[in-house]
Design a binder for this molecule. Sequence first.
Ligand SMILES: Cc1ncc(COP(=O)(O)O)c(C=O)c1O
Length: 488
Amino acid sequence: MTSTPRRRQAPRRPLARSRIGARQLATLLGEWDSAEPVYAALSDRIRLLLSDGRLATHTRLPAERELAEELGRSRTTIVAAYRALRESGHLISMRGSGSVLVLPRALPGRSALEVDFARSVPAPVAGLDEIVRAVADRAPTVLEHSGFDLVGQQRLRESIAARYTEHGARTGPDQILITLGAQNAIALTARTVLRHGDRVLIETPTYPHAYEALRNAGGRLVSTPVTTTGWEIDHLVSAIERVRPELIYLIPDFHNPTGSSMNAEQRERVIASARRNGALVLIDETTADLDIDRPDSPPTFPSLTTTRDADTLVSVGSLSKTIWGGLRVGWIRAEPAMISRLITRRPADDLGTPVIEQLIATRVLECYDLLLTRRADQLRAGRDLLVSLLRTSLPDWRIPDVHGGLALWVELGAPLSSALASACQPRGVRITAGPRFGIDGARERFIRVPFTAGADHLERGVRILREAWESLDPVPTPGTQTPPHPML
Ligand SMILES: Cc1ncc(COP(=O)(O)O)c(C=O)c1O
């Protein structure tokens, strides 16, 4: 009997499944070179794109010379950046196959994904299962019809309008359009109102998929700062006067990622300035009901309360954070004329919202305040635990006080956010580095840590964050030729 030779373990093969050209990569990199040394800034930015999914694994990067030409940098810089990526386990280069992006292997004893801090997605609110069951019992009647619609079910639009009216902003159902979550609402509004090259003022940092949608719709983005202590409102108002944007996108309640909320006076100033300059304000209220300990109800935008100038403002909201991300029901509140424009524009991209989900949403709104209390209890427990874990384990980090929302925007004290996110990966934690939330490539001193996970995950996640933080080299000094975090 002949024995079959024992198969040697196959080496990891960097099979390229796609490739990216130098020009396309340069566009994705955006403003990447604000940090020193330049090769480290480039490798950090490529890791960031890989970790947040904008670059897929198994993508072949452009040849070094090609990228050097496109970025206007020396080939040595690109070679050093690729070397740093290889050393951190993010790139495999083979003669004849080029350089292919991969995710670093998990460290021994670690699973690939133990804690996902990259998404701030809360669990379904307690009680949603009963509502879903009750609606499922009615499914046979839904099946008699098409089961989706472009505008939204009358009862659901009435309930949402009634909530706005209760909060002081008189609203009729003809001012509400039901969408597939808030992302769909933002993208639809952007495509409806923007023309190529229109100026759009946005906060930085901000919710990344909003700025992507605004940019995809042709918007030319200009940013105004917001921090954990709020908006520099003079800066914001003077930016409106100077830039004269066609659209201003704001998250005024429990802003993602900083957690800040605008007060009534700030809202008045923004709206007054927008009105003077003919700008439309797109208010994202997705996080507005994620109130943990705000004593009073949120301030209302003045344009919402008066019919005069009401066309200065479009608001979008959603049940995805308060109730469940899987319930793809959101809405747009605007003047009836704007709602008609949106309805006309919509079918090119989607044909409407499923009626079953709208029936669930209608039931949800019948007991919304109770469900919000439950959500607040859950978020309070998460926030309190995360704040205390971080303050104890990483005392040099600056942990903000937040009163609502889903995450903490933590200041690290060193520009190491991308390096930290990379160091977390082989340890089983996915986390989004600060630059992902800005359009200008900055925010390397910040990282967003969500408190939506359960206690076990928060504890494990913070333990791994600390371990990853301790594995990093100190801040790189300009001109150093060694990658800043070679052990990754
Ligand atoms: C500020 C903000 N707006 C909109 C969205 C998208 O919400 P939805 O899941 O309803 O599409 C998110 C999701 O994270 C968000 O944080």
